[in-house]
Design a binder for this molecule. Structure first.
Ligand code: FES
Length: 106
């Protein structure tokens, strides 16, 4: 049995109970938001709900911690830009696949 969800219009699957962050990593996605200043890519960092690096938009709700929220069947997960808006098509075209971690913390 698996859970089906989408990320930026791409269909993906997850195990029931898996976190959004774990499901995205399992589907080859390493970054799903950009920072407010500089637009640097972010994904999982602490993995335990402390750092807020993993914020993502789920079903239109911004600032969901991907490491804590369980993915549900039919969830629509979207790249989040800066302070919490869903990425436009142009913004989604930016390369969010590289690690890109710098010293910027936001
Ligand atoms: S990875 Fe740190 S809060 Fe989610």
């Amino acid at each position: 049995m698996s859970v089906e969800f989408s990320f930026d219009d791409r269909s993906m699957t997850a195990h029931p109970g898996q976190s959004v962050g774990a499901a995205l990593l399992a589907n080859g996605v390493r970054s799903w938001r950009t920072t407010r200043f500089g637009g640097r890519p972010r994904g999982l960092f602490c993995g335990i709900g402390v750092c807020f690096d993993c914020l993502v938009t789920v079903n239109g709700e911004p600032n969901v911690r991907a490491c804590l929220a369980a993915v549900a069947d039919g969830d629509v997960v979207s790249t989040q830009v800066g302070d919490g808006h869903v990425a436009s098509a142009t913004e989604r075209g930016a390369d969010l696949t590289s690690d890109g971690r710098g010293d910027e913390r936001d």
